[in-house]
Design a protein around this ligand. Structure first.
Ligand code: THU
Length: 141
């Protein structure tokens, strides 16, 4: 069961999933990202015939939010029709961490199962801007 605060983004991600362009994998994913001011951005996966150009739902959603000026985020939801809840792929973990930080990641399926994980659990020991900065400082010392 999801908490009341999670229900709205799970619903937004579920609706976005209906727009998935997953013509090759048939694996439809929706994501929704809540900004600090409560605004919710949502997106779906978009596949390309040149498979590697495919974009996951999470990154589509983050690019939408950032390109509309949002900068701080409260939580992200990922919805797929799988019994085992679908977690963000490695590339999306990197991007969620870099642009959203240590936010809760709400996983959900179409049967009402949910689980909330923290980004720090999903991406321990991240490579990010802070790491680069500290590595540069260490080199100069
Ligand atoms: N996919 C996502 O959109 N998000 C994930 O977290 C996992 C994978 C998409 C990419 C591709 O369109 C399809 O699912 C199969 O990998």
């Amino acid at each position: 069961m999801s908490t009341k605060v999670e229900t709205e983004i799970i619903e937004a991600a579920t609706r976005a999933r209906d727009c998935a362009l997953a013509q090759f994998s048939k694996f439809c994913v929706g994501a929704a990202l809540e900004a600090e001011d409560g605004k919710i951005f949502a997106g779906c996966n978009i596949e390309s015939a040149a498979y590697e150009l495919t974009m996951c739902a999470e990154r589509v959603t983050i690019w939408k939010a950032l390109s509309e000026g949002a900068r701080k985020f409260a939580r992200i939801a990922v919805v797929a029709d799988t019994e085992r809840l679908t977690p963000p792929c490695g590339a999306c973990r990197q991007i969620i961490w870099e642009f959203c930080g240590d936010i809760p990641v709400v996983l959900a399926n179409l049967r009402g199962d949910t689980e909330t994980l923290q980004m720090a659990e999903l991406l321990p020991r991240p490579f990010d801007a802070k790491f680069l900065e500290e590595a540069g400082e260490a080199e100069q010392a």
